[in-house]
Every structure is written in C-alpha cells, then in structure tokens.
Design a binder for this molecule. Structure first.
Ligand SMILES: [Zn+2]
Length: 203
C-alpha cells in the first residue's frame, strides 16, 4: 500500500501490532515501519521507534481510532511560550494558558517562577488568581500550564509527574531551551501516568 503519514510511534513492536489491529477494526489500513528517520512531525515524534503508518487521508480518523488526543496551538501563543522560556533561562519559565470551550488555547499568561530555579517552578497564588480573572473576563478558563526545561528534554520530570499536577489540565513543556532546537510538547498527567497529546502549531 502507499502509506504516507505516521500516526503513532511505539517503543515495542507488540504495541504497534495492537494499534494496527485497532485501526483495522475501524476499517483503516495501516502498516508498521521500524525506520528511525526522526518523524514527520518532530514536535511530536521526538523519540524513534516502531512507527504505525496510514494513508494521509486516513490520519484524522486514525487518531480518533487510537484515542490520540490532539491540541492546536495558535502561533502567537507558542511564540510567547518560547520567548518566555528564553527570557527565564537558565531558570525554568512558567505560565498559565486560557482555553476556550473547545479546548483550544486562546491566550498564554507568562508568569514569574516563584522558585527562580533551573529544575522546578512555582506559580504564586496571586498570579494564578489574576490569570483566572483575566480568563473569566473573556469567557475562557485556565485549563493548561506550561513550563520550560532549561537543559533537559520536553518530557515530564519525576517532579512534574509527582507534583500534584491537575489531571484535567494540559501540560505544555518546552525544552531543552539550551539546545539548538527546543521543542514544545504536551501531556496529560493523571495518577502518575503520562500520555502525550499531539501538538500542532497553527501558522
Ligand atoms: Zn518539568
């Protein structure tokens, strides 16, 4: 078959086999590739592994079939996060994100890191309250948080996972800020489990 879109990357072959079976049950042809080219969307597929590939016109249905959550981020929101991450370097940057009723980020409020540290962050209750007020005034809610990793990859650290993260929030991470090409990635963190949410930055 002519396949041209990666829908998921797994660490082990058996997980990819299960994904292919799930896709087949929904009438979507898929194949597995073990290539390590680095991904069609490096903002998401930053790890190499066993890739599940579908036809491009099936990719939206395939995400639904596999239960892969996606979030679309306006370019100016992403830009603000990257700029704030650079400004705060070598410490972690942080901020809160207002989302609309469809879950799309509508604004980002870049905040001060109360810890002023390279490996952790704290948002003050006052700034959190201010962000809530700002969102309420625009019929939005604060539904996501972002922070940067100055020198490590954009993946939740042990502290991020164990830090009492709000299970209903999206967690955006930018990193490594010191690297030539920091990435923005997004995660759900629930009960110690991390699930990646595919980020698309709108241009
Ligand atoms: Zn972190």
């Amino acid at each position: 078959m002519k396949a041209d879109a990666t829908v998921a990357v797994y660490d082990v072959r058996s997980d990819a086999d299960i994904a292919v079976l799930r896709l087949a049950a929904d009438g979507i042809d898929a194949r597995i590739s073990d290539d390590s080219e680095g991904g069609l969307n490096p903002g998401f597929f930053v790890t190499y592994g066993v890739r599940v590939i579908v036809r491009a016109h099936d990719v939206d249905d395939a995400y639904v079939s596999l239960g892969i959550e996606r979030v679309s981020v306006p370019a100016q929101v992403a830009d603000a996060m990257f700029k704030h991450a650079g400004w705060a370097y070598p410490n972690e940057a942080c901020g809160l994100i207002g989302i609309d009723d469809t879950g799309v980020p509508a604004f980002v409020m870049c905040l001060s890191n109360g810890d002023a540290a390279p490996d952790r962050f704290t948002i003050s209750p006052d700034e959190h309250f201010g962000a809530n007020r700002f969102a309420e005034g625009r019929s939005l809610v604060v539904g996501a948080v972002f922070h940067s990793h100055p020198t490590s990859d954009a993946y939740p650290s042990r502290a991020d996972i164990e830090g009492g993260a709000d299970p209903d929030w999206l967690h955006f991470i930018i990193g490594p800020v010191s690297g030539p090409k920091p990435l923005i990635r997004c995660f759900r963190i629930r009960d110690g489990f991390v699930t990646e949410v595919k980020v698309t930055v709108e241009q």
